[in-house]
Write a new protein. Structure first.
Length: 319
């Protein structure tokens, strides 16, 4: 041990640090003014420890504290600048990125695409379990908005609050169990809105509250068990609204509360009544060209339907 260290108590070392700190913050050193007070203190503490280990005399100990503190503070300042530059670059990259999420593999939760203004947005090729996939608050002209090629279990897939002109909005090619698939609150002109090619168990598939001119709204090619598939509260001019090619057990499939002019509302009830070999309950079919409606209830007895080879209950055709 160097002799000068024997006379340098802990209190004396703290006193030296305080005096040096006062000198630095007095304005004599520009680098000391460029860093926060907490970083200056940390720099001085680290510098004092290095100086205590290397100095041969008390004078060199004091000088080394100044030197090491300057180096440490400059290093900290450069680190902060690099972090700030990285954050700014990340912000720029986010601003310049188009609104697309594609080719996601593995478990995905809480995937959000929101507040999109302008044109195209897509979510595609997601494999693995997917939960809480949200596309919302889209304003402006939207074209080719798609959620496609999703494999694995999918829950809480939501497309909502779309305003403006929307074309080619599709949810397609979903395999695996699907629950709570929602398309709702679409206002403005909407064309080619489709949910198609869904395989596996599907529950709570909803298309609702569509206002404005809607054409080619379809739910098709759904295989597997399907429950609670409603298309409801459609107002305005609606054309070519089909629900077709559904195989598997189907329950609570309504199409109701349709106002305005409706053309070619096809649920191909003739196939369902005459040649379906599955259990069907609470199937509501609406075909209305005027304000008057007629409820025709067909029971499941062989007297009324001679070709029925399955259980049919509560089939309602509104003409």
């Amino acid at each position: 041990m160097f002799p000068w260290r024997q006379e340098l108590s802990r209190e004396r070392r703290l006193f030296v640090l305080q005096r040096i700190r006062l000198i630095l913050i007095s304005g004599r050193c520009s680098w000391a003014q460029a860093i926060p007070s907490i970083d200056l203190h940390a720099s001085l503490v680290a510098a004092e420890r290095r100086a205590y280990d290397h100095a041969r005399t008390f004078d060199s100990y004091v000088c080394l504290i100044f030197t090491f503190a300057s180096d440490e503070a400059r290093r900290r300042l450069q680190h902060q600048q690099r972090q700030q530059q990285m954050q700014e670059r990340e912000v720029r990259e986010v601003r310049s990125t188009t609104s697309s999420v594609s080719s996601i593999s593995g478990a995905t939760s809480n995937l959000l695409i929101s507040s999109i203004s302008g044109t195209t947005s897509s979510v595609s090729s997601i494999s693995g379990a997917t939960s809480n996939l949200l596309i919302s608050s889209i304003s402006g002209t939207t074209s080719n908005l798609s959620v496609s090629s999703i494999s694995g279990a999918t829950s809480n897939l939501l497309i909502s609050s779309i305003s403006g002109t929307t074309s080619n909005l599709s949810v397609s090619s979903i395999s695996g169990a699907t629950s709570n698939l929602l398309i709702s609150s679409i206002s403005g002109t909407t064309s080619n809105l489709s949910v198609s090619s869904i395989s596996g168990a599907t529950s709570n598939l909803l298309i609702s509250s569509t206002s404005g001119t809607t054409s080619n709204l379809s739910v098709s090619s759904i295989s597997g068990a399907t429950s609670n598939l409603p298309i409801s509260s459609t107002s305005g001019t609606t054309s070519n609204l089909p629900t077709s090619s559904i195989s598997g057990a189907t329950s609570n499939l309504p199409m109701n509360s349709t106002s305005g002019t409706t053309h070619i509302l096809l649920v191909y009830y003739s196939h369902i009544i005459s040649s379906t070999s599955r259990n069907t309950s609470n199937l509501v079919i609406i075909y209305s060209t005027s304000g008057t409606t007629l409820d025709l209830i067909i029971s499941s007895t062989a007297d009324n339907l001679s070709t029925v080879h399955f259980n049919v209950s509560n089939i309602i055709i509104v003409v």
